[in-house]
Design a protein around this ligand. Structure first.
Ligand SMILES: *[C@@H]1O[C@H](CO)[C@@H](O)[C@H](O)[C@H]1NC(C)=O
Ligand SMILES: *[C@@H]1O[C@H](CO)[C@@H](O)[C@H](O)[C@H]1NC(C)=O
Length: 498
């Protein structure tokens, strides 16, 4: 086996030297060193000198006060890793949070796993060091080396890592594991007489593992399956419930999402992201009291959580507690400088309070930060229009359409303004363009009809009133205007008859 491995290594080296036309050992070492240095540099550029800051939920054991608890739990994690190599049945995208409860006393039965792990490891290490057979010593040493050394950075021994168990960190150690396993089988097959049975067993195990691989690969195909598959492996992990909930919410299934978010918050009462999302959904379903409770708790736990501050502001705004809402919006903006949506909501609050200049400024800020913020543009145009500043409304509308030329709601708003300013021709063109982009909006047809009505183009007005009423028979005002128009048409007809 060793020789085979070495030969493989040779051919690899050959490939490299062909590709790079290199010069043996020196070249390889230079390549490795410069590659390593580049990676270190990149890491430094991206993350600076400090280690990343992990929180207790990422790796609960490393935050335990007692050395004993830490050591026991680290060792328990190692035995879990070893078990996953042996039997990859429990696979999960995330093992953090409450997935693996801490072992806090020796009476916990999971201690047995530690004993089993160390028994096997010590036995293997003894064989690797003291066996008579030098061939065996070399294979075992190489196998154990491949198994243990790549795992050391993930072992929490040198620094805190940001995970509990992670399948990705056992990719490399699995090389050593495979070597040890094949060597074990070769020893067994030398000793046993039932060679066929052994071969059948090995093939059976291989087949089961291939099947497992197929099943797992399929679970990775979609977020939904991946998250759901974790529910049975890590039912205590709040992050799993959060992700299942988020996935459901993204698909529009709010009722089910609420259930999972609630479970996530129950499992981890400090889970601010789950609280924020849950609060958001409850807000949309108009369960404002509970939403406010959750969002206030979230910002109490994490005072710089900008999104939660903004959502809290929206809820307070809906509860008509305007001063608190304004405070919340400004706090959100303090913690996230570039927050166009928050400026947008702030503008809506000011508009509700009839503070028109402030509202316009806030929406202007939103569009400075995000020029394609169509809602903010629209609100500016509508507010200016409603307050009689037609010239300004027109200017803003043109500015907006320059930035987002294909937005039909902007065309519609500007067309309304132009119609009021008696620029009928241009208004008509814009209405028609907006209708072409979004043919099923009753208000688009209705307002175009009003334009024709005023312009004196009564037949076209009639036609578009009719389309509008067909799309939305209950639209207020349209019916009245339509009957006005019909009466006028009848009068005209009578006049013509007379
Ligand atoms: C708009 O942004 C400016 C500059 O960031 C800021 O001073 C001002 O208070 C903001 N106004 C509103 C109403 O959002
Ligand atoms: C009805 O017509 C009047 C004047 O023509 C117009 O101001 C109003 O917006 C119209 N209402 C609707 C709902 O179209």
């Amino acid at each position: 086996l060793i020789q085979k491995v070495l030969r493989k290594d040779k051919s690899l080296e050959l490939n490299i030297s062909i590709v790079f036309n290199g010069d043996g050992l020196l070249f390889r070492i230079t390549l490795l060193l410069s590659g390593g240095a580049t990676m270190l540099c990149l890491r430094w550029r991206i993350m600076g000198t400090g280690p990343p800051a992990f929180t207790e939920v990422d790796n609960p054991a490393s935050f335990a006060d007692s050395l004993f608890v830490r050591a026991i739990n680290y060792n328990y994690y190692y035995s879990l890793n070893a078990w996953l190599l042996l039997c990859p049945w429990w696979l999960c995208f995330d093992w953090s949070m409450g997935c693996i409860p801490l072992i806090k006393s020796v009476s916990d039965w999971r201690i047995i796993a530690l004993a089993a792990l160390w028994f096997c490891l010590i036995a293997l290490i003894c064989q690797a060091l003291c066996s008579q057979d030098s061939h065996k010593r070399r294979i075992l040493t190489l196998g154990l080396g491949f198994l243990i050394i790549p795992f050391l950075p993930a072992s929490n021994l040198f620094f805190r890592v940001g995970f509990v168990v992670a399948e990705r960190v056992i990719y490399l150690p699995s090389i050593g594991y495979c070597m040890l396993l094949t060597y074990g089988f070769s020893l067994l097959s030398k000793q046993t007489k039932k060679k066929k049975m052994l071969a059948a067993t090995v093939l059976g195990i291989l087949l089961i593992n291939v099947l497992r691989c197929v099943i797992r690969s399929n679970q990775w195909r979609s977020e939904e399956q991946l998250f759901r598959s974790a529910l049975s492996v890590c039912p205590l992990n709040a992050k799993v419930h959060y992700n299942v909930g988020k996935n459901l919410a993204d698909k529009g299934n709010q009722t089910a999402a609420i259930k999972y978010y609630r479970e996530a918050v129950r499992l981890n009462p400090k889970y601010v992201h789950a609280m924020n999302n849950l609060g958001n959904i409850l807000k949309e379903r108009n369960e404002l009291q509970e939403a406010e409770g959750l969002l206030s708790l979230a910002v109490q736990i994490q005072p710089d959580f900008a999104a939660a501050w903004m959502n809290l502001g929206i809820v307070q705004n809906s509860l008509r507690r305007f001063e608190e809402a304004e405070q919340s919006y400004w706090t959100a903006i303090k913690h996230r400088k570039k927050y166009p949506d928050c400026y947008y909501n702030l503008g809506r609050l000011y508009a509700d309070l009839n503070r028109h200049i402030d509202a316009l400024n806030a929406w202007r800020n939103a569009t400075v930060l995000k020029p394609e913020h169509s809602l903010a543009w629209n609100n500016m145009i509508i507010l200016l229009d409603n307050t009689g500043n037609l010239a300004q409304a027109e200017a803003v509308g043109r500015e907006a359409l320059e930035l987002i030329p294909n937005d039909h709601s902007l065309m519609f708003s500007l067309a309304n303004v132009l119609g009021k300013s008696q620029k009928y021709k241009e208004s008509e063109a814009l209405f028609l363009k907006a209708i072409k982009a979004n043919p099923n909006a009753a208000s688009y047809h209705g307002n175009l009809a009003v334009l024709y009505h005023r312009w004196g183009n009564l037949d076209l007005a009639k036609k578009h009133y009719e389309v509008s009423l067909k799309l939305d028979p209950a639209a207020p005002g349209t019916k009245e205007n339509y009957s006005l128009l019909k009466r006028k048409l009848e009068q005209l007809q009578k006049k013509g008859d007379a």
